[in-house]
Design a protein around this ligand. Structure first.
Ligand code: SAM
Length: 211
């Protein structure tokens, strides 16, 4: 066993993920966002970008199923949910969820979204991450470039009042992206979850209530 995988297996979030049946420890980040910001409120149509191995899809399915029971009132609700996960790598299937093996930055991906949902989305999640080089400055530039492409997907597909969560890397370029989000959403919070690895420069932007 390599030193890295040994450390990984001793990690309490890794152990808890195994115990709870989640495919990755990242599930706990998403659960933290939910506790803090209620991102899944009235979310039935959900898109997850950069899904492999699939723990955010597992959490999303649980929350969407719960929402079908929770929101049966005169306000916005649906009687079914649709969830799609996309990654350049193959996502192992999850029953009731559509998964596509595709680069999310391509025009073909937009066709895939429209064909599946046939309507606007309630929630868009992105844990998509570039392959890190280890050089913090250029990693931040490249991750932010990816974030701007994802923002185009959000502009085209997220409904008014919809929520959006995205992984970013800390650095100068992040400010530009943060500003763009503030123009599109009434509330934008920068949030580093407790379950994020120590020493990692990742952070998340939680954008609520699209204008
Ligand atoms: C940190 S992992 C996601 C973990 C996932 N949220 C979970 O809970 O299991 C990031 C993923 O983003 C994917 N990714 C990065 N750039 C992408 C792109 N342009 N198109 C599709 N997937 C991409 C990578 O292949 C990788 O699997």
């Amino acid at each position: 066993m390599t030193k890295k995988s040994e450390i990984h297996k001793r990690d309490p979030h890794y152990k808890l993920a195994k115990k709870k049946g989640y495919r990755a420890r990242s599930a706990f980040k998403l659960l933290e966002f939910q506790r803090r910001f209620n991102i899944y409120k009235r979310a039935f149509y959900i898109l997850d970008l950069g899904s492999v191995p699939g723990s955010w899809l597992q959490v999303s399915k649980q929350k969407a199923e719960k929402n079908l029971e929770l929101y049966k009132d005169q306000f916005y609700h649906r009687d079914h949910f649709k969830i799609m996960g996309a990654d350049v790598k193959r996502v192992s299937p999850i029953e009731g969820i559509k998964t596509v093996k595709m680069d999310i930055t391509t025009p073909e991906f937009q066709n895939e979204i429209e064909a599946f949902f046939e309507d606007e989305l309630d929630l868009i999640l992105s844990d998509a991450s570039i392959k890190k080089s280890g050089i913090k400055f250029s990693d931040c530039v490249n991750q932010t470039r990816l974030c701007f492409k994802i923002l185009d997907i959000v502009k085209k597909n997220l409904k008014s009042k919809g929520n959006f969560v995205i992984k970013c890397f800390q650095g100068e370029d992040l400010n530009k992206f943060h500003k763009s989000l503030r123009r599109l959403f009434t509330e934008v919070q920068t949030f580093k979850p407790k379950s994020s690895r120590k020493g990692s420069n990742e952070t998340y932007l939680i954008a609520l209530n699209k204008r």
